[in-house]
Design a protein around this ligand. Structure first.
Ligand SMILES: Nc1ncnc2c1ncn2[C@@H]1O[C@H](COP(=O)(O)OP(=O)(O)OP(=O)(O)O)[C@@H](O)[C@H]1O
Ligand SMILES: [Mg+2]
Length: 268
């Protein structure tokens, strides 16, 4: 079946990537940690993965050891200057994983996209030609609901929403779900939530368990069975430019992200 860019983004062939967008406009909930380590875990399982860094902070980029040199071609070039995805891809940053990096240059896109034609579809159109080359494309979103995140929502097949096991965990989610609904209605009718992921879980605290119960009451089975534990090693790994699988392969963080990868494959 031939797909045009106006049709659904959904994979129609078995060798056509599923686009998973990691999203929550709340800052510091574990989006980039999940993007990097889920990508690495899917790669370890033999999947062909492309990670797209859609955040000007570039945490997923540096988290996999890519140096954000000033002249590094980043996703900005694809969104604004029509550079081909192929030309932006850095290959094999960790086994099975390629990346389209982000640098601070991407910050300009938030404003520049406002004046562009078909601005919401820029990421979807950028990724379309490389979808046959991958099984999973993971997109790490910035902590806002601006043009970059709208591009993420428009390009997505499914969303992964990390939620930190903390006070006010559900804060802001209403706005995120409203935005999802608008994009689904107007631009991407097959968009859905693959799963809600509880992050930085510390089972010794009753607060963490209360938050999990509250989120489950809200999202039911959409919540992944896998919870990502709070683990110092997960916070340390990016400063070495390594995934948790490379930095602490036998630790609880690596174990959790491997479990998550299996759950994603089962669901997706
Ligand atoms: N499971 C975890 N255990 C311990 N620390 C974690 C865990 N997950 C993430 N962190 C740390 O918490 C901080 C925020 O995580 P991360 O950068 O992944 O969140 P984010 O949602 O991408 O943030 P932003 O909204 O700024 O993009 C980082 O310092 C990260 O190393
Ligand atoms: Mg981030």
């Amino acid at each position: 079946m031939i797909q045009t860019s106006t049709e659904s983004n959904h994979a129609t062939e078995s060798n056509h990537a599923v686009v998973l967008v990691i999203i929550n406009q709340k800052g510091g909930v574990g989006k980039s940690t999940t993007a990097v380590n889920l990508a690495a875990s899917l790669g370890e399982l033999g999947k062909a993965v492309l990670l797209v860094d859609l955040d000007p902070q570039g945490n997923a980029t540096s988290g996999l050891g890519v140096e954000k040199a000033q002249d590094l071609q980043c996703v900005y070039e694809g969104l604004i200057n029509d550079a081909e995805a192929e030309k932006l891809i850095i290959r094999g940053v960790t086994p099975g994983v390629d990346i389209i990096p982000a640098t601070i240059n991407l910050a300009g896109a938030e404003v520049e996209l406002m004046n562009e034609y078909a601005r919401e579809r820029r990421l979807a159109d950028l990724l379309q030609p490389v979808r046959p080359n991958y099984e999973y494309i993971l997109v790490d979103c910035p902590p806002s609901l601006g043009q970059l995140t709208i591009n993420g929502l428009t390009a997505a097949d499914h969303l992964i929403i990390p939620i930190q096991c903390e006070f006010f965990a559900l804060e802001g989610l209403t706005k995120l779900l409203e935005t999802e609904k608008i994009v689904k209605t107007r631009m991407n009718r097959d968009l859905d939530i693959l799963g809600v992921l509880m992050t930085m879980y510390d089972g010794r605290t009753s607060l963490a368990n209360q938050v999990v119960e509250e989120v489950k009451a809200h999202f039911g089975n959409t919540v992944f069975k896998t919870k990502i534990p709070r683990a110092v090693r997960l916070a340390e790994a990016p400063s070495y430019g390594k995934s948790i699988l490379a930095y602490d392969p036998k630790g609880k963080g690596a174990t959790a992200y491997r479990e998550l990868a299996k759950e994603v494959i089962d669901r997706g």
